[in-house]
Design a binder for this molecule. Structure first.
Ligand code: FES
Length: 105
């Protein structure tokens, strides 16, 4: 599936991810700036925080308790905040657009 990362300065990076990988893994493997992912996907850091494009918000799997708890530690969370390590890519998410926060710390 294709995913797009919009950076705070207006740049945009479009990548092809593989099914089963997380959105965070695709970002890190491709050197996308601003997805720090300090814990490597263990749901203990909140530095893989992204803002999901409103068009996509309802199409993602729901937030589970662990993610919701960790999201409270994200920098400037909003209603469309998610942790990108918890979003598994699949064909259903082809075209997903997320915005990278200004800061993860
Ligand atoms: Fe640490 Fe997502 S990578 S919570």
């Amino acid at each position: 599936p294709q995913v797009e990362f919009k950076s705070p300065d207006g740049d945009s990076t479009v990548l092809q991810g593989e099914d089963g990988f997380s959105l965070m893994e695709v970002a890190v493997q491709n050197g996308v700036d601003g997805i720090d992912a300090d814990c490597g996907g263990a749901l203990t850091c909140a530095t893989c925080h992204v803002y999901v494009d409103p068009e996509w918000l309802d199409r993602l799997p729901p937030i589970e308790t662990g993610e919701a708890d960790m999201l409270e530690f994200a920098v400037e969370p909003r209603g469309n905040s998610r942790l990108s390590c918890q979003i598994r890519l699949s064909a259903a998410l082809d075209g997903l657009i997320v915005e990278i926060p200004v800061s993860q710390h």
